[in-house]
Design a protein around this ligand. Sequence first.
Ligand SMILES: Cc1cc2nc3c(=O)[nH]c(=O)nc-3n(C[C@H](O)[C@H](O)[C@H](O)COP(=O)(O)OP(=O)(O)OC[C@H]3O[C@@H](n4cnc5c(N)ncnc54)[C@H](O)[C@@H]3O)c2cc1C
Length: 606
Amino acid sequence: MVNLIVVKPTIFAALTALAIDLLHTNFFQREPRVATTINATYDFIVVGGGAAGSTLAARLSENQDATVLLLEAGPSDWGNPKFEIPALGMLAYDTDLDWAYTTERQDGLFKGMEDERSRWPRGKVLGGSGSINAMMVARGSRHDYDRWADYTGDQTWNYRHVLSYFKKMEDMQVEGLRDSAYHGKDGPLTINWMNSGPLSEKLIEAGHDLGFSNNDYNGKSMEGYFHVQNNVANQKRLSSSKAYLHPAMERPNLDVAVNSHVQKVVIVNKRAVGVEVIRNGRKLTVSARKEVILSAGAIGSPHILMLSGVGPRKHLEDLHIPVAADLPVGENLQDHVMVDIAVMINESYSYRMDDFTSPWALMQYYLFGSGALHVPNALEVGSFHKVTPESKEKDWPDLQLNFMNLASNTDVLRQARVKKELIEEMKHRDEYEFGFSCLPHLLRPESRGRITLASRDPFDYPLIKANYLDSQYDIDILFKGVEVCKKLIKTKTMQSIGAKIADTKPFSSCKHHEFDSRDYWECLWRHVVLTAYHPVGTCKMGPEGDPTAVVDSQFRVQGISGLRVADASIMPWVISGNTHIPTIMIAEKAADTIPGKQPLPPQDFL
Ligand SMILES: Cc1cc2nc3c(=O)[nH]c(=O)nc-3n(C[C@H](O)[C@H](O)[C@H](O)COP(=O)(O)OP(=O)(O)OC[C@H]3O[C@@H](n4cnc5c(N)ncnc54)[C@H](O)[C@@H]3O)c2cc1C
């Protein structure tokens, strides 16, 4: 989600130090054990301790007879307030806890962004991107999973089946949903919602004005305006590392090795036999008796595969990498994009920057569990919409709106890395103290990007070609999003607080288009379009033998034995919602598939 809150580093440093001193509730808990040495051989080696890897390693090690090694490039997530206080996850961006990728420059894209690139933060720490994300819980639509199942020919991926895994992971705490047939209450991952501020209530009310209800968007139907469900427990951030891995780290059959950068999988005669890892500046080879599973994420997993000789033949040969399997690794890159429509209001309903940075903010968080700091990325309310005839017919939303409860002023634009020249033209936004961003998200993009190697050096970042807005359909949906935002602003409720779009004049680079026309908006988005941080699809799952697929429906890399991928990279199509919980579902499913267990039975009530 949004990373737009301006951070005043010195104030935050003071606040976070105070947080540790004052009320650090981990004080009484024992630090989970990380491995100081690692063995030569394990049954399973899981690469990447992010959303999927933390879940998978914890689940696989429930079998005491199996030895498991989890290798994570970043450090432990223990004892750092950035991974505790909901709004502080974003303080990890651009630090050594973030891979801090940037996309390649592309004609007709990012022209209004600094360096004409999009910044892609990815967590480099236990919990992975789940340790720094906005913690919004959204499964997507049942049709997303039914589509995966039909495409792979494996019906254990349909929604009735995967719902069993969603329920297995959940400790649902939202009032009224604990006993819902769509939710679980005995799993490790707590789901709750935050005490939301006054603007949120106004947004929900405006949704009512338009005829939408405030429903459980993770239940029967997604459509409507809703309070966001979050991964939070006791007002603190909750990643899969904290929920699954920490409680498992004392197990003698599980070693969690941090600061361990895997550079390649060792493949001998088309079988994965281990991995090469750089740890404390030394290169080690660790062997896998049974399997190596890559859970390094939608950028990390294809990167490691290609370095290991699994990828498009020509590309690997160009870099003199011996080819073990010729597969379309790195293709099929999909991401949700969002665009920012700044709305100003007269009343003091939204947060202000001070609400995040003042000492009172911290007191409010600790004493009352409220205020801006208890909300991840100022995101309290969202909505799902069906804006095309096909999506209406199927009840399959194709547009998401998120509302950032903060005026999108020039501070926020600077943080979003908009170019100085463009910010200069948006100074009028600073005249308003209060406001919010209406952020249309494109849920099922047609555009496809690509990840390729920059070189054979494992420490050289791969090249990311985002290729956003490459399809008219994508632009059409975003434009519908503008119309939905405008309708919302015109409601009685929004008018009662003086809501209006902040930008009333064209920006100079787009002034050759009629202001507010479709062409005008497209021109603007070709300058500034934002990632919603959901890259997926680069090790696509598909039916066996499908030339566009990298893994089969059992996570197996085609043509290589003993090697699987289980993380967001296997999604054939990005789901119509946020990607964290679906990735944890993927890992839960993999944890049954890998040892050959029967998948959970389907939910019959659907
Ligand atoms: C800023 C931000 C906000 C987001 N907001 C939301 C949200 O509100 N809701 C939502 O549902 N989703 C959100 N997401 C997306 C969600 O967090 C991801 O989809 C999810 O974490 C993907 O899980 P993963 O396991 O595939 O990858 P990750 O969680 O990124 O984990 C990959 C792990 O592998 C490690 N790794 C990579 N390469 C190597 C290597 N060579 N050796 C060893 N380890 C390696 C990484 O350090 C990392 O720990 C957000 C993401 C970001 C970045």
